[in-house]
Design a protein around this ligand. Structure first.
Ligand code: NI
Ligand code: MN
Length: 223
């Protein structure tokens, strides 16, 4: 099992039953969240950048769960975690659950000296790319070549990140078997119809798009 659970905006977990990775834990103040920070358990927290809708509740969740924080050093430091793993773009590291590779993300960082990033996580034999907040960039084609991606988790909200059209271009280049849109509908400024994105992607490549509602879970192993 490799369970993907979506909590709204860009917050989700990956759980292989031995390890539970929490990404961009924005619960407090997240109008889309159906779960509170206090209900979340995990042993790793991966944070793409320092904006409040991504670093979110990382500090309190890390403290309560004794979870290790993974991200660029400035973001890890901002979480004051007892256990942190600073990485940077282009670097890969092995962890008990598999490995993490940090990708670039074209976006501001929210913390001075930091940069925004994305993650390619290898876990339970699957390669999962979480783009974080980013503009479209053509080097995503290289990620698609280098990693045989099973799942790509892409922002589609526009305004702050790629919109549906750019995210569909990204999906075509990444060649992931499955695509999950995130970072939309949280506020009116990023309102999108994910069905439009799904139709665009599935019309131009073989990727299958999975539209998730906050609280939904998907077993990536069974796809
Ligand atoms: Ni951001
Ligand atoms: Mn954001």
């Amino acid at each position: 099992m490799l369970l993907f659970t979506y909590y709204g905006h860009a917050a989700f977990t990956l759980n292989d039953t031995k390890n539970k990775l929490l990404f961009d834990p924005f619960f407090t103040g997240n109008p889309a969240a159906t779960t509170t920070a206090e209900q979340i358990d995990c042993n790793y927290i991966l944070i793409s950048h320092g904006h409040g809708d991504h670093i979110g509740d990382a500090e309190s969740i890390a403290r309560r769960n004794h979870a290790a924080v993974i991200g660029v050093p400035e973001v890890v430091a901002a979480c004051h975690a007892e256990n942190g793993f600073g990485m940077n773009v282009g670097g890969q590291a092995a962890y008990p659950f598999g490995s993490v590779y940090l990708t670039q993300a074209i976006h501001s960082s929210g913390i001075p000296g930091a940069i925004a990033c994305g993650f390619i996580v290898n876990m339970a034999g699957k390669n999962i790319y979480f783009a974080g907040d980013t503009a479209f960039y053509s080097d995503m084609a290289l990620l698609g070549e280098q990693f045989d991606l099973d799942v790509a988790i892409l922002p589609i909200g526009d305004n702050y990140t790629m919109g549906p059209q750019d995210a569909a271009k990204a999906a075509k280049m990444l060649k992931a078997k499955h695509v999950i849109p995130v970072h939309y509908d949280t506020w009116p400024v990023i309102a999108q119809d994910p069905e439009v994105f799904k139709d665009m992607v599935e019309a131009q490549c073989d990727s299958q798009v999975h539209i998730m509602k906050p609280g939904d879970a998907l077993d990536i192993d069974k796809l």
